[in-house]
Design a protein around this ligand. Structure first.
Ligand code: NAG
Ligand code: NAG
Ligand code: NAG
Ligand code: NAG
Ligand code: NAG
Ligand code: NAG
Ligand code: NAG
Ligand code: NAG
Length: 563
């Protein structure tokens, strides 16, 4: 009897210890967060949390524990824990604003839900801080027992799988329940490990040159000076690259979707495609007389500069009113190059027929010291009927089209070094474009950052351009390095880059992946006195935050279905 009693007693003690252990386990291994801490970490991490409450179902704690110890144990961007009991969902954040939940919060099930609070992307575009409202991340609420009656049928495996998938989606992670990387994640890693880099030049002839320890050097004997522009004494000495310093773009005939995806798009590798648009009706049909007849009376916004350079970076002091910066001090203080400005072209409004005459006059040399460009103008907005003369290219149709533009100029234009956050198909219709590219892995060497803008003004009665006013905006995509005369004292890392050259002729297409830096020298078709191209911009397959030199390319979550 006494023996039995002792045994029962021991069993009870054992059970009690287990329960205590369990409680201890549950209470102590999941950290508790207040909203300050969540907000602090939200720049780099996602949070997976439940309201910390005595009534909270143990099952939720098990699930969270499992996410923390197993599924996301190796994932620093996912933080698992509980929300401090002092915090209410209705005045959640430090400024007492509520937790915002996708599709609205379900109040009845707050205590039986897991909340996934996403990352808060830093707003890199706006330098004007602090914002009026506190920026906070949004959440997803997942009810662990969607049907209360089924609570007794709780299935840990099923619920874990569901939550892990929800976290993967909201937090851009790629985990299986057991913590391993899932198939899509493996594909993504493979893509990111194999991105295309311009091969460095074999340096067999170069002596140790400590000043420019790079593949990039200048041959100053070959320097040539270009004509001064009308606004003053700004003489640019053009430095030619020694030919062998370039890498050259590969040329291929029209690829299959699969080939294009695996060999170019997913590698972020530029390529010239021949034969893709040679049958376009546009190539023959879009003559000056056709365009004039059809759209002559359309009003267009045209860009103009005195010297053919578009969006070059210049000393602010060339501007008459540079001492009136037009930009809040707080913003100016954050500019990495406060003494530089991006020169935006003057903006002119005219009939399309006048523009067509103007560019022909310029191209023929009859209108001096002026360049005119109809730049990134939407075909759908300006010339809707022209869409039927061109065809979208099939090899890229896994991407979503963002815009379709026309580019028409006198043909002697230089679009200065910048990047676009879109995958680009540049299709040449008349004239040629000579594109100098630098890879998006070298953003530090190209000094990515905000640069204040300024705009030329054009006096129509005198035909002179003036550098007068600075603008209150900044550009986020221009490099401050002038390719023609790089200031290597100021931008020494630039010496460590190697350019790629991609030249396209009529009927050729350049695939330029998003975020590749490019400078575009156009040349005219001399019998047509113009340069004409159209381009397709797609939401990029590989994307990055910008401006942010240290940010790396990653697969755009929009295209996880392609992994
Ligand atoms: C959040 O960050 C701020 C500023 O860095 C700091 O003062 C504060 O203590 C942090 N709060 C928590 C809860 O970590
Ligand atoms: C995690 O869940 C699995 C079932 O999916 C279970 O076997 C395991 O014990 C759990 N692990 C932890 C650490 O809770
Ligand atoms: C959630 O738990 C809190 C704290 O115990 C309680 O006040 C509240 O009524 C619960 N909410 C629901 C919907 O059960
Ligand atoms: C729990 O869910 C898993 C995954 O959905 C399923 O394979 C398993 O049969 C379920 N178990 C029970 C007891 O329903
Ligand atoms: C064009 O600019 C150059 C250099 O400023 C000047 O010498 C020339 O006279 C200008 N030509 C005309 C037609 O204005
Ligand atoms: C183009 O040149 C012709 C001949 O010099 C002139 O009559 C015409 O006004 C010019 N048109 C434009 C738009 O510059
Ligand atoms: C254009 O130049 C003329 C002559 O110098 C001047 O009278 C006029 O005010 C200028 N127009 C503008 C808009 O600056
Ligand atoms: C210039 O355009 C004409 C007319 O379309 C064309 O026949 C010719 O081949 C083009 N020139 C070059 C160099 O492409």
């Amino acid at each position: 009897m006494g023996y039995r009693l002792t045994l029962e007693y021991l069993i009870w003690i054992h059970l009690l210890i287990s329960v205590i252990n369990l409680v201890y386990f549950v209470e102590c291994t999941l950290p508790t967060f207040n909203s300050d801490a969540i907000l602090n970490a939200s720049g780099s991490s996602c949070h997976v949390l439940s309201f910390s409450d005595k009534n909270v179902a143990d099952e939720i704690t098990y699930v969270l524990q499992n996410l923390s110890d197993l599924s996301f144990r190796d994932e620093p961007t996912v933080i698992v824990g509980k929300i401090s009991p002092q915090i209410d969902v209705h005045s959640f954040w430090p400024d007492s604003s509520p937790l915002t939940v996708h599709k609205g919060i379900k109040k009845e099930t707050i205590n039986q839900s897991i909340f996934i609070i996403g990352r808060l992307r830093k707003d890199r575009t706006c330098l004007l801080l602090p914002h009026k409202r506190l920026a906070v991340p949004s959440a997803v609420q997942i009810d662990i027992f969607p049907k209360a009656k089924q609570k007794h049928k709780f299935n840990l495996s099923a619920i874990s799988l569901k939550i892990v998938n929800e976290i993967n989606e909201k937090c851009n992670t790629f985990r299986n329940v057991d913590g391993s990387i899932n198939i899509k994640g493996l594909h993504r890693n493979e893509i990111l490990e194999n991105l295309y880099h311009i091969p460095s030049k074999s340096n067999q002839n170069t002596e140790n040159d400590d000043m420019f320890p790079s593949s990039f050097s200048f041959n100053h004997e070959q320097s040539q000076c270009v004509m001064a522009d009308k606004t003053g004494d700004n003489v640019n000495c053009q430095v030619k690259y020694v030919e062998e310093q370039y890498d050259y773009c590969e040329r291929i005939s029209v690829p299959s979707q699969n080939h294009f995806f695996h060999e170019y798009l997913s590698l972020s590798k530029p390529v010239i495609v021949t034969g893709a648009i040679t049958k376009w009706i546009a190539l023959k049909k879009w003559t000056k007389s056709f365009l004039k007849e059809k759209y002559g009376k359309t009003r267009v916004h045209v860009k103009a500069t005195p010297n053919g350079e578009y969006e070059g970076v210049q000393d602010k002091s060339l501007w008459e009113r540079y001492k009136h910066p037009h930009i809040p001090k707080q913003v100016e203080d954050q500019l990495p190059y406060p003494d530089l400005v991006v020169e935006r072209p003057a903006s002119l409004d005219m009939l399309f027929s006048e523009f067509l005459d103007l560019i022909e006059n310029i191209s023929r040399g009859n209108t001096a010291n002026m360049s005119a460009y109809l730049e990134y103008s939407s075909i759908a907005d300006y010339f809707p009927e022209l869409k039927s003369d061109i065809k979208e290219l099939e090899f890229i149709n896994m991407l979503e089209l963002a815009s379709l533009n026309i580019w028409l100029s006198d043909g002697n234009t230089l679009g200065k070094l910048h990047f676009d956050p879109f995958d680009n198909l540049l299709c040449q219709i008349s004239g040629e474009k000579h594109v100098t590219l630098f890879e998006p892995h070298h953003n530090e060497r190209l000094y990515e950052g905000h640069i204040q803008e300024a705009q030329f003004t054009f006096n129509e009665s005198t035909g002179f351009f003036h550098r007068r006013h600075l603008l209150d905006s900044t550009s986020m995509v221009m490099s401050p390095v002038d390719l023609k005369k790089p200031d290597l004292e100021r931008f020494p890392l630039f010496a460590d880059t190697r350019p790629m050259k991609c030249s396209i002729k009529e009927g050729e297409v350049l695939f330029m992946p998003a975020f590749w830096w490019h400078e575009v020298q156009s040349t005219p078709n001399i019998s047509q006195h113009r340069n004409l191209a159209v381009n397709f911009w797609y939401k990029p397959f590989l994307t990055k935050e910008f401006p942010c030199p240290e940010c790396k390319l990653d697969v755009n979550p929009q295209y996880y279905n392609l992994l």
